[in-house]
Write a protein that binds this ligand. Sequence first.
Ligand code: 3PG
Ligand code: MG
Length: 422
Amino acid sequence: MFRASLIITFDVSVSVSSFFRKAVKRIMAKKSIADVEVQGKVVLMRVDFNVPQDDAGAITDDRRIRMALPSIESVLKRGGKLVLMSHLGRPKGKGPEPEFTLAPTAVRLGELLKSPVAFASDTVGPDAEQKIKTLKNGEVVVIENVRFNPGEKDGETVYAGKLAGWADIYCNDAFGTCHRSEASMVAVPKVMVGKPKVVGFLVAKEIQYLSETLSNPQRPFVAILGGAKVSDKINVIKNLLSICDTVLIGGAMAYTFSLAEDGQVGKSLVERDKVPLAKELIGMAGDKLMLPEDTHCGDAFSSDCNKQVVASGKIPDGWEGLDIGPATAKKYADIVREAKTIIWNGPMGVFEMPPFDFGTQAVAKAVAESSGTSIIGGGDSAAAIEQLGFADKVTHVSTGGGASLAMLEGQKFEAVEILDEA
Ligand code: 3PG
Ligand code: MG
């Protein structure tokens, strides 16, 4: 319901690039945290500290925290009192669930800032109240997971009013959550009538990179789309087919396309109910849409299974596709290396499980070698590019998985739209 109201459907007659040019203007017209006087003021900043953790609760990737540092430090250095709020994971929304506590993120932030960071064990309760009231200029407190309160998911105004009550200034620096309309993203700034509501540096940078790239791409413009499901990327594929020169498909979603071409997929992961849609996409794409020509498959989902490379659509019974094959990897890498603009979202295979990281690795290396502008979507593709050591050789790695996909679909973000114009 929420998504439907925000999706902008493009038909061929609509100028996509003019939409994105407007989007750039719009975001650049938003007031930024740098534009407000924060000395002695309480700044309520929505960040996305939804970071991956291992079973013991240790943070395995702190990129989202590091990427929020410019906004955080800007407030602290200028003598603001900073209250950070975020969600972590998907708790039930019925009170505290220890495995979803934000406490480890406060510790990690303290390490990055090289000074202790306070943590409040609630969001609108007595601990938050006491810790926020006693904040001194230049100090920061992280409050507990906003999704522990049912009002967060519901986008409810009573809860939002209480959160807003802490603050003189609202700042959205949670790019990874900008496609959500939860209370801390939308209702909170909405109730802060008459108070400054601004974007942080991370949100501004992410939206600017993505929208500028889409509105004014140097050509050839190549999109690489992978991951497990076609259903996650239907609108992205449709939108990108209308603006890119080539869309390369990898990952398990390639097997659903293979089924649409009457291929044999063995026991590969497929979405049978999406076959008609895959047929439709193949039909509308002409030769812009490239599908793998070979597949690296295994007889079990493990590194040490028996393996073989077969032509696409020729996966034997009892075998499953786990990566693009070497011929496809080479072909895709050649195309990517020559591209002047590259957008990548979703791995080409099971990159966490060598040797099925080969295709993702070949493409990542080609992205790193290309001289063009390269934007890597968040989530798995960001993890892959980091893990493979190429993160500093691309133009931009997004901190948002779902949010960057939403931008590639052409969605507008209410959470940004409602903030103050510059
Ligand atoms: C994400 O990791 O995608 C963001 O933090 C948003 O989380 P969500 O998908 O649970 O809303
Ligand atoms: Mg998500």
